[in-house]
Structures are given as structure tokens and as C-alpha cells.
Design a binder for this molecule. Sequence first.
Ligand code: ADP
Ligand code: MG
Length: 236
Amino acid sequence: MERDILMKLDGVSKTYDMGEVKVEALKTSSIDIYAGELIVILGPSGSGKSTLLNIMGGMDLPSSGKIIFGGEDLSQAGESELTRYRRNQVGFVFQFYNLIPDLTARENVELAANLVKKPLSIEGILQEVGLGERMDHFPSQMSGGEQQRVSIARAAVKNPRLLLCDEPTGALDYQTGVLILALLRRINQEKGCTVVLITHNTAIGEMGDRVVRMSSGEVASITENDSPLPPERIEW
Ligand code: ADP
Ligand code: MG
């Protein structure tokens, strides 16, 4: 079956030059990201997952190779094009939420909504993530799972083509983690937004449409799940 490619990583690598030593964080890697898929990038700590995600998100440039998004080669893009790309096309979800502590849930989401021309409804998305009653609460008044919901609402309100999630359940207990994963799958299905989900947790691979396994900065394998598990059925 022919699938539409949202993003093409073609021979991408990243070496950090630390003076005396060079760290080859990502060896030459090629991955096509299909439009609408939920793809899990799996690997142990230090295997290059975040390096890969930062390059996909236009937060870092590769040392070699191309990243094509919508016909544009981001590896050749200037700072203003990269800023526009990050702002309009990408939503980010991080392990430690990265919310602004002195803004309420609503205000955190509003800040992101103001960056784009056609945001989704701020209150609507907060309701969708189950925080209808908590909109005026500050991050410090919320549990980790609730803060992660705010951060997902903040990413999703921009209605981005690509949602990049770096260890989104890494700081959460099992049950809360499952709810967060279910929410990411729901946003993927309902908004048609392509989701890239990074984890060191092998079990989470079972929910992906595809799984990229990273090992020592290399793509060790890319496999397809014929029947991805609903997050509620994953156990770890
Ligand atoms: P993962 O997310 O899988 O844990 P990372 O992509 O963060 O892995 O890191 C891959 C390797 O690159 C590690 O050896 C890490 O120490 C190194 N690395 C990551 N970022 C930097 C950086 N900014 N400067 C130097 N080395 C880095
Ligand atoms: Mg990482």
C-alpha cells in the first residue's frame, strides 16, 4: 500500500563536537514518517532518541543528511523558517511537562494558541483532555498526570501536523501513564495528527502502528504492528 509521507529523514546524522572528543549521537539514519501514523521510537537511554526527535522538531540541525517536510528541506532552512516550522507544524510533549508555573492551565494553552492562525478552541481542548473543571488551576495545584494533560492540550491546540512526544509517561505511575497514552492515541485518531512517541519502555512499542528500535545511535530495525494494542491493554 502506498502511504503518504509526512516527513522524510534521509541519511541524517548528528555528531556533537566536544572539543577533544566527538560524540556520534546519531549515526546515518533514514526513516519515513507516514501521515497519520503513531510511530514509537524505542531504545535504551543514550541511544539517540532525543537527538532524533530534536532534529525532527527543527530544534537542532543534523550534521549530515536531509529532512524533508512538505517539500521543504529543513536541514537547509534558516532560523526564521525553522521557527515558523516549529510554531505552525509541530506540537511538543516532554517528560517533565515544561509548563509555565505562574500561568493557569488555560493561560498555558492560550499562549500556544496565540502562536498560530487557526488554533482549536482553548476550552474545547481542555475539556477533551479531561480538565474542564481545572482550567483556572496552576501547575503546582495539579498532579503529574494532570500537568501532562495540560501540556498535551497546549501542543494539540495548535492543531499541528506532527506531535512529538519525548518520554511523555517517563515521570508518571503506570495507571496515569496508560491514560496519557490513550489520550495521545485519541488525538492521533480524532485530529489525524501524526504522533511520534519516544520511550525506553519496550511494552509501549505494542501500541505503535510502527516501531523504530534505536541502539547506540543507530536505527536497528523498523517494524510494523499488524494490530497495535490499545494503551489500556499494555502492561509493564
Ligand atoms: P536518548 O534520548 O536515547 O537517551 P540522546 O539522544 O539524548 O539519547 O543522547 C545520545 C547520545 O548523545 C548520548 O551519548 C548523549 O550523551 C549524547 N548527547 C546528547 N545531546 C548532547 C549534547 N547536546 N552535547 C553532547 N552530547 C550529547
Ligand atoms: Mg532522551
